[in-house]
Design a protein around this ligand. Structure first.
Ligand SMILES: C[S@@+](CC[C@H](N)C(=O)[O-])C[C@H]1O[C@@H](n2cnc3c(N)ncnc32)[C@H](O)[C@@H]1O
Length: 259
């Protein structure tokens, strides 16, 4: 049996899609995918999406020209949901969703033109091993494009610990500098990191206002009083660590040298 990692409960999946759109479990929905992948020629390319969630991003990657997308994730419930969504969309021949165990990737060397990830690698403790694996499965000249969450230097504050507790998820965050160093040390070149904390800080405040306004009825109906109150507090704690600049979302690009 595949060793898996199920942390996102159904309530969390419902809430995240209410905020970011059906099939999306991370900030920005389809627009964020277009921003991250926008500068890369996806035409006819084989893409690996590591931590694909419910697969909404993989559909966007296809609309941007990707030839084939392999989406992998470690959570059985999420993978089942993604497979079902992709089956319904009729894109089975273009998007392949697979449940994998955390750790080494089940693909031969040089299998993909592009590795993509969106706010998923924050759950991976061993960044060095992770980027070494991404480097290995990329073809020479292949590209890495991702969004991820990072942190300011120093130990987590009480606010950050409280945010993690409210999320009920395990995060392994490093600073932008450490993140960049891991990517370099894996062998990538042209490494570029863009800190988008200011943008997401503003967006998160808007998301909290939507949860207390236009989404309130839906949240109460889907999540009940207790669930509604929990997620409002979760989002409030998110805005605190963003306002402090302790949680630092970023976009990342890099290239594997050609041969
Ligand atoms: C915030 S969700 C983002 C999902 C998707 N990328 C999106 O933006 O909609 C994080 C995802 O990472 C997955 N994940 C956690 N640890 C992982 C690992 N070691 N390898 C691959 N995926 C992982 C979770 O199961 C979850 O689906």
């Amino acid at each position: 049996m595949t060793e898996t990692h199920e942390e996102y409960d159904p309530r969390m999946l419902t809430l995240l899609q209410m905020i970011w759109g059906e099939g999306f479990l991370s900030p920005g929905g389809p627009q964020a995918v277009r921003e991250i992948a926008g500068g890369i020629d996806l035409h006819g390319k084989r893409v690996l999406d590591v931590g694909c969630g419910l697969g909404g991003l993989d559909q966007v990657l296809l609309t941007l020209g990707a030839g084939h997308v392999t989406g992998i994730d470690v959570a059985p419930l999420i993978v089942e949901g993604a497979k079902e969504r992709i089956r319904r969309s009729g894109l089975n021949n273009k998007i392949d969703i697979q449940l994998v165990a955390p750790g080494p990737l089940p693909f031969p060397d040089a299998s993909f033109d592009i590795v993509f990830g969106k706010d998923a690698w924050l759950h991976i403790p061993d960044k060095a091993a992770h980027f070494a694996e991404l480097f290995r499965v990329l073809k020479p000249g292949g590209r890495l494009a991702a969004g991820d969450w990072m942190k300011s230097p120093g130990p987590y504050s009480k606010d950050m610990d409280y945010f993690f507790e409210m999320e009920g998820l395990t995060y392994h965050l490093v600073t932008l500098a450490e993140y960049g160093r891991h990517i370099h040390e894996a062998g990538f070149v042209d490494v570029s990191l863009k800190d988008i904390t200011d943008k997401y800080r503003r967006d998160a405040h808007e998301e909290l206002a939507r949860m207390q306004g236009e989404l309130k009825g839906m949240m109460l109906a889907e999540l009940g009083e207790a669930g509604n109150a929990h997620f409002i507090e979760d989002w409030r704690s998110l805005t605190v660590v963003l306002d402090k600049g302790e949680l630092r979302p970023a976009q990342i690009w890099a290239r594997k040298p050609a041969a």
